[in-house]
Design a protein around this ligand. Structure first.
Ligand code: ANZ
Length: 814
């Protein structure tokens, strides 16, 4: 038959792919009598074709899904398309094809590639985030967030590319230029919609402790991304302007008595709201512009601390002393309050700044309470307060409480917590996204679109090629009447960040056509998902946003669990042969379709799973899958031989038992390895069962061989689904493996009549020997004493004592 004639596996693959589809064998059954299992991989962007990295990631999920189905779980294994967003819009512009069309083309091509790889998705649950139903459901969620007060509009400095007329994320600014057009990037005040994710910062950190199934590495990245920092706020009143004050965040309020000046970030709002003394205004403005042209990274790495005096002074809240206020290049706008109480003697950056501008730097913490001074190195450790008035003699922790307490009692601050995590700006000044359902009315301001007018669909007939603001070219879209008064109004023309689309799609999979955003009963049954598979590059953003969404929806009473994904697995990348990332610009992408044409999809799958452990990268080698082809051909030959009834007609019971013990051990190990994401050792285990079947199997007899072949085919099925289906059918089976069951482990088969016994001399391991289990102590002892290695160690002496742990250890003491 055709299987062995490489590479003509295509007709077999097509045959089974059609069979699975025609019989809807991967449909989620929604069978309440079974235990649920929800597994998903991060759904792909629709900006290109399927690459080998996808193939690897998706095959991992597929192996698990197939095994779990066979094991009787009620499996939901869906796939969908992250269709909106800049990647798809840019791809469309590059091709000169409307994004709706280029997205549909990309989906068609990727779906075909997935089917050809034999992935067992339930296509009944397929979703597309650019589809009207999805757009509608998401806008409903937006409105719910809005009603709950979790959405607000604010004008903030953002990276702005003038060419593309859009805000850029920090990661999209390379050396001060736009990643896409290389145009200059400036900072600009942009009005944006925000999700108040900081409200959930504590939960997002604390609940990580429940996520036992997550890699520690990802949890660590999330903790530091959220960056919870406990400290205190300190308020300083401006001497120049009554009723105005500056609040700073500090983690060292114990050093407050050593604060000699106050620093502001260039973006600090007070610089725009309170007029500066005229003689300082220009210098401050110039300095601000200079700082604003630097990226966040540059500012963090600033070696050269610089600043400018604002002309303002503030009053120290405890001493009443007048302190200068400066704008400094190393103060970040989006951390703490964007203002710093500078304590040069105890903070290195402040010290460098103070030395440069000849500002005082009194010591207020001494390591041992004795007199102490700093020159060019700040003392940042804990110690005992000095030069601090009433607080002298307090230790650092005592002073922290005492000073924060004093501030609170006079209304000038107190303990607080700050987070590195910023509120989530969800506005994108781009066309290809989900429209934000808001209307601006001259009289009523920003008014949410009423639910009855949802969905607000993107106008399709726009000039998407020439402006990121293509949406503006549709008058019909932009000009609307105000939902509150019916007067003329304008629609919001920003679209939602594509990360909003991916923050909840795992809920929509439960029913992509539901009128509600998602069906609650199914959500409570199926979630948290049992396994989520994706790249480590999503450790933040997507994986934080998804967790945030679930917590908000829980608080809105829309679901009843705290976390979206119980278990998370990261997979390694597929690089090129030199270990470089495969990318379009390098032109080094391997397409799964080419490898499938050459080796067949089963061989490709087996290779992807066997090449290395799941977390390691694979450096792609076009010849790699050859070994998998050889292996599958060998399986075929071994199975053929094993089922030849003319062989080994007088079976030896011990040999049959041994073969079956091997097969049953494989059932246990393959399942545990797949579950543990050890796909390579699972394949190795199948290979060793193939070896056992080919070596001396004649004496095991046809009955045992048949059972072992059965087990072999079923264990190999998740890895090589088409090949095993074909074999299975050829063996006379009439039901497909996809509808079949996982082999049942019979523990009694594992019991063997021999045991591996460790032989020790004076407690040190000398040898391990296989002996029949029914030997008594004296028989085992005489076997052990007969060993040459033991005799050498005894050197003629008689054993003083012999200890025997039956079936395990024999220790000879001399
Ligand atoms: C006074 C002080 C005295 C500080 C001292 C440190 C040592 P972590 O620990 O990372 O949370 N800071 C606060 N806001 C800032 C901003 N927007 N940009 C730059 N620096 C800022 O850092 C907290 C410390 O970073 C704060 O504590 C503040 O300096 C500085 F002996 O306040 B400290």
């Amino acid at each position: 038959m055709a299987l062995s004639a490489r590479p003509d596996t295509s007709s077999i693959e097509a045959k089974w792919q059609k069979y699975w589809q025609d019989n809807d064998l991967f449909a989620w059954k929604q069978d309440l009598s079974r235990q649920k299992y929800y597994i998903l991989e991060m759904f792909p962007y629709t900006s290109g074709r399927m690459h080998m990295g996808h193939a690897r990631n998706f095959t991992m999920g597929d192996v698990l899904a197939r095994m779990k189905r066979a094991q009787g779980f009620d499996v939901l294994y869906p796939m969908g398309w992250d269709a909106f967003g800049l990647p798809a819009e840019n791809a469309a512009i590059k091709l000169g094809i409307h994004p709706a069309k280029s997205t549909a083309d990309a989906i068609a091509s990727m779906k075909q590639a997935m089917i050809e790889l034999g992935l067992s998705y339930d296509w009944n649950q397929e979703l597309d985030t650019s589809d009207a139903e999805y757009v509608s459901a998401q806008q409903r969620l937006f409105l719910k967030f809005y009603e709950a007060g979790l959405v607000y509009r604010d004008t903030k400095f953002a990276n702005w590319c003038d060419n593309d007329q859009t805000v850029l994320a920090d990661e999209q600014v390379i050396d001060g230029r736009c990643w896409r057009c290389d145009g200059e990037v400036t900072k600009r005040q942009v009005a944006q919609w925000f999700f108040d994710i900081r409200r959930y910062a504590d939960q997002l950190i604390d609940d990580l402790d429940q996520l036992d199934g997550w890699p520690e590495r990802v949890k660590k990245i999330q903790r530091s991304w959220i960056g919870r920092s406990k400290g205190a706020d300190v308020r300083f009143d401006l001497c120049n302007a009554p009723d105005q004050s500056i609040v700073s965040f500090t983690t060292r309020v114990d050093t407050l008595m050593g604060c000699t000046f106050v620093l502001l970030a260039a973006e600090h709002k007070i610089l725009d709201t309170v007029p500066l003394p005229a003689e300082h205004a220009q210098a401050v403005e110039e300095f601000r512009q200079q700082v604003l042209s630097q990226t966040r990274q540059d500012r963090l790495e600033n070696r050269d601390k610089a600043g400018v005096f604002t002309g303002w002074t503030v009053r120290h809240p405890l001493t009443g002393e007048e302190l200068p206020v400066l704008v400094a290049n190393y103060v970040l706008p989006d951390y703490g309050t964007g203002a710093v109480m500078a304590v040069p003697a105890h903070d290195q950056r402040d010290l460098e700044f103070a030395l440069k501008y000849a500002l005082p730097h009194p010591v207020v913490i001494s390591p041992d309470g004795k007199s102490f001074s700093v020159t060019d190195e700040a003392f940042v450790g804990d110690g005992v307060l000095v030069n601090s008035g009433d607080f002298d003699g307090h230790t650092t922790p005592q002073a922290r409480d005492a000073i924060a307490g004093r501030l609170a009692s006079i209304g000038y601050g107190g303990p607080t917590t700050t987070y590195r995590l910023q509120n989530w700006s969800v506005s994108r000044q781009r066309y290809w996204g989900n429209p934000i359902p808001i209307v601006y009315c001259p009289d009523h301001g920003a008014v949410p679109v009423p639910e009855s007018d949802i969905p607000v669909l993107l106008p399709r007939d726009v000039d998407f090629m020439n402006s990121s603001r293509a949406i503006l070219s549709s008058e019909q879209f932009v000009n609307v009447s105000c939902p509150a008064c019916g007067g003329p109004a304008r629609r919001e023309v920003d679209t939602m960040d594509t990360f909003v689309d991916s923050a909840w799609y795992f809920l929509r999979f439960l029913d992509p056509h539901s009128a509600e955003p998602f069906p609650r009963d199914l959500a409570d049954r199926m979630l948290p998902a049992d396994l989520y598979i994706g790249g480590i590059e999503h450790a933040v953003l997507h994986l934080i946003y998804s967790r945030f969404f679930v917590k908000v929806l829980r608080d809105l009473g829309m679901l009843d669990f705290d976390e979206p994904f119980m278990s998370l697995r990261n997979h390694g990348m597929v690089n090129d042969a030199d270990g470089l990332k495969q990318s379009k610009s390098r032109g080094n992408i391997t397409e799964p379709a080419d490898m499938i044409a050459r080796y067949g999809s089963d061989a490709l799958r087996v290779y992807l799973m066997f090449a290395t452990s799941a977390e390691n990268p694979i450096n792609w080698d076009d010849n790699g899958p050859t070994s998998a082809v050889t292996f599958l051909q060998r399986v075929q030959r071994v199975v053929d031989a094993a089922l030849d009834e003319s062989r080994g007609t007088s079976p030896d019971p011990a040999a049959s038992k041994k073969l079956l013990a091997r097969a049953h051990a494989a059932i246990a190990r393959v399942a545990a390895d797949i579950e543990g994401f050890r796909f390579n050792t699972a394949v190795a285990e199948v290979m060793s069962l193939v070896n056992a079947l080919s070596l001396n199997a004649d004496s095991a007899g046809i009955e045992a061989r048949r059972e072992a072949v059965d087990v072999l085919i079923k264990l190999l099925n998740p890895f090589a689904p088409h090949f095993t289906e074909e074999l299975w059918e050829r063996l006379g089976n009439t039901t497909s493996l996809a509808a079949g069951t996982w082999p049942v482990l019979r523990p009694e088969m594992l019991r063997r009549d021999e045991a591996e016994i460790a032989i020790q001399v004076n407690g040190k391991l000398v040898d391990v020997i296989s002996l029949p289990l029914d030997l008594d102590k004296s028989q085992v002892e005489s076997e052990a004493l007969g060993l040459e290695k033991v005799q050498r160690l005894l050197a003629g002496a008689a054993p003083r004592k012999v200890i025997y742990v039956p079936g395990k250890i024999l220790n000879v003491v001399v």
